[in-house]
Design a protein around this ligand. Structure first.
Ligand code: SF4
Length: 167
């Protein structure tokens, strides 16, 4: 993982990633992608007995590598280890330069762009659009817990299989 891709530490704004075109595409297609993921999550949960037999510890590194490759491409994922995409309209909150996990700061510009990086749309403006597209109840209604940095880099897919996913 490139250092600029790392999960943000408190109090330090990060530069935006360069790969943003697919992130916007993913938010625009949040409804279909979320449906696909619900099916994928069912498969993961069904595979739990097999994964348990193989050993989750042994699966962690390859699963995390595949997950990172897929989700970095689609969502600019930074492998926080507690995936909340389904609660944020498929807009990954770790792309917020201030690391905000529960909605925008007070500095969103009138055109919906980020206060820190004006060329970038506010992650939370995208999240709201994605949540509306997902048509899954009131958009952005849930309060997300703070990040546990000890889980950074871990596979959320395996957590889904074990039944202890973040959202
Ligand atoms: S919320 Fe999901 S997509 Fe975003 S960094 Fe965490 S694991 Fe990756």
């Amino acid at each position: 993982m490139h250092p600029a891709d790392a999960v943000p530490r408190q109090g330090r704004a990060r530069p935006p990633l360069r790969r943003r075109s697919l992130r916007r595409w993913s938010v625009r297609h949040a409804h279909g992608l979320a449906r696909f993921y619900r099916g994928f999550a069912r498969l993961l949960r069904a595979a739990h007995p097999l994964f348990a037999r193989l050993g989750y510890a042994r699966l962690e590194a390859p699963a995390a590598a595949i997950e990172q490759a897929v989700k970095a491409t689609l969502f600019d994922c930074r492998m926080c280890g507690q995936c909340v995409l389904s609660a944020t309209g498929l807009a990954c909150p770790t792309n917020c330069p201030k690391g905000l996990r529960n909605g925008p700061c007070g500095g969103v510009r009138a055109d919906g762009s980020c206060e820190v990086h004006p060329a970038m749309p506010c992650v939370w403006v995208e999240a709201y659009a994605g949540a509306l597209a997902m048509r899954a109840g009131p958009p952005l209604g849930a309060t997300l817990p703070p990040l546990d940095h000890r889980r950074a880099g871990m596979s959320s897919w395996l957590q889904e299989a074990r039944g202890d996913a973040a959202s």
